[in-house]
Design a protein around this ligand. Structure first.
Ligand code: TAP
Length: 481
């Protein structure tokens, strides 16, 4: 496969004050780890080391939880209006530092700058604005009699939307009066650490937000910690199940936002060109590292050939490469481990008899890359139709009737999202009722709004994030410590 060398655009990097090493953010300050082994975070586009990051030890987790506990006493007693002022301040600072956040996110994660700039960072700030608005109106959110915060919330997030997942977690927790210890993913810690600087800049009281970095064992130590009252986790179904087992039988409450294998369903009366754009956005946005990605295309048999041809023509125009180039459509795969998993599952697709296609395109010589790929001739039993690939790989299946589309769409262990493309309003309503998916998009895909609850059925987890429903996960009407 042809490759090329590129030097990442230096001028865009200069907006980021990248430090050579980062401490943990505990009790309002950056501190050294006590006994953790530092690790390196790299650019997945070049494999260069971006910074050395501290690993939180058990003692560090203890310190962070203790700081959050102490801060909870005063934070939970602040008026909602005062908590809201802090959240508004954080949201505004995030907007002011939006370029920094966008460049850092693209450097550490590998996603195209046009996505971090136009999607991740603005929606993250919007989550703080939205929840700032709720902080003094919780009495009107139908949260039950005398709703109170849980206390200390332990939050663990994945690497695909590092800043956005942080905002989905921290904003509602703080609005409702909880304090937080959050662990970002090992491969993408940098925007969470920049967010810690924002907390300092906003004069957020020490201990209200604590950021501890590290890998899975640090997350395990956090969710299992005796001082944590509620766990909020976003990540894989396998780790979600392990967490559910860890906290079973304890008083901890949990919300789990897990994996998905969404069907994007295209009927023969749909506006085909628009649907093709929706299919491309559905699976190739963020390199397909999206829990709700439309990774299974279900297309009505009568238009399957037309859709396939248009899809291939569109894919040939996608630009794969430097995440910091504003014209890039598909950036780097976040890690070698993820690239290996995508590569392996794509090979399984071929071995099981599906037909693989990807446009000819050069890939950079260093870093982790995967061409946008389509599999046709996929059947429901194929692993690429059942398992989450979490990469730029689309499995195409066909159907004849709406009933068959529903049956195929629901035939996975997951139930996070789905898309429907049709001119018929009545069909949209019928399908939305039949599909076992927490989110159903009609004639669009991957649209997010802080006011709209998001979450899954079945093995996609439980609980909702966003909207009034998302707030309810952060309050209790029962006893607290
Ligand atoms: P995971 O491997 O599950 O990791 C998620 C987070 O959990 C990371 O911070 C990870 O740490 C940590 N972790 C690993 N083992 C743990 C343990 N035993 N106890 C506590 N924490 C642990 O997922 P991922 O690969 O980062 O993310 C991809 C998955 O997230 C996909 O399945 C995707 O569908 C899902 N996801 C779901 C949603 C929603 S809203 N449903 C949104 C985004 C992503 P390290 O990574 O540092 O090891």
């Amino acid at each position: 496969m042809p490759t090329f060398d590129y030097a990442p655009a230096p001028e865009s990097r200069s907006v980021v004050d990248l430090k050579s090493s980062y401490g943990l953010f505990i009790d309002g300050e950056f501190v050294d780890s006590r006994g953790g082994t530092p690790f390196k975070t790299i650019s997945p586009a070049t494999e260069e080391v971006l910074a050395e990051v501290s690993e939180a030890s058990q003692e560090d987790v203890d310190r962070a939880v203790a700081a959050a506990r102490t801060a909870f006493r005063s934070w939970s007693r602040l008026s909602g209006a005062d908590r809201g002022k802090y959240l508004f301040r954080i949201a505004r600072i995030m907007q002011e530092r939006a370029r920094e956040f966008a460049v850092l996110e693209s450097l550490d994660n590998g996603k195209p700058i046009k996505e971090s700039r136009d999607v991740d960072v603005p929606i993250a700030a919007a989550h703080f604005f939205y929840h700032a608005g709720w902080a003094d109106k919780l009495a009107y959110a139908s949260l039950g009699d005398n709703p109170r915060p849980h206390g200390v919330v332990g939050q663990v997030i994945p690497w695909n939307f590092p800043l956005l997942m942080l905002s989905w977690k921290i904003a509602p927790a703080l609005a409702t009066g909880n304090t937080v210890v959050l662990k970002p993913a090992e491969t993408t810690p940098l925007t969470a650490l920049l967010f810690a600087e924002v907390c300092q800049q906003a004069d957020l009281p020490p201990g209200v937000v604590n950021i501890i970095t590290g890998a899975g064992p640090t997350g395990q130590a956090l969710v299992g910690h005796e001082g944590v009252d509620k766990v909020a986790f976003t990540g894989s179904t396998a780790v979600g199940k392990a967490i559910a087992r860890t906290i079973a039988g304890t008083r901890k409450k949990a919300t789990l936002e897990l994996g998905g294998k969404a069907a994007n369903i295209v009927f023969d009366d749909s506006p085909v060109d628009q649907a093709v754009e929706g299919i491309v956005t559905g699976i190739f946005f963020n390199q397909g590292h999206v829990c709700c990605a439309g990774s299974r295309l279900l297309v009505q048999e009568s238009i399957a050939e037309e859709v396939e041809a248009k899809l291939k023509a569109r894919l040939a125009t996608l630009r794969v490469g430097d995440p910091l180039d504003k014209n890039t459509d598909i950036g780097a795969i976040n890690s070698r481990a993820q690239l290996d998993r995508i590569t392996e599952l794509a090979q399984v697709g071929e071995d099981e008899g599906a037909v693989r296609w990807a446009p000819e395109c050069e890939l950079p010589a260093n870093g982790f890359w995967f061409r946008p790929t389509i599999f046709t001739g996929v059947s429901q039993t194929h692993r690429i139709a059942q398992e989450e690939i979490f990469g730029p790989v689309l499995s195409v299946l066909t159907f004849r009737t709406p009933g068959e589309a529903v049956a195929k769409a629901n035939n996975t262990p997951y139930g996070l999202s789905a898309g429907i493309w049709t001119e018929k309003g009545s069909r949209i309503l019928w399908m939305a009722d039949q599909l076992k998916a927490g989110v159903v998009w009609a004639n669009t895909f991957n649209k997010f709004d802080p006011a709209s609850p998001f979450g899954g059925y079945k093995e996609s987890g439980y609980g909702r994030e966003g909207g009034r429903h998302g707030l309810s996960a952060y309050v209790t009407t029962g006893a607290t410590r």
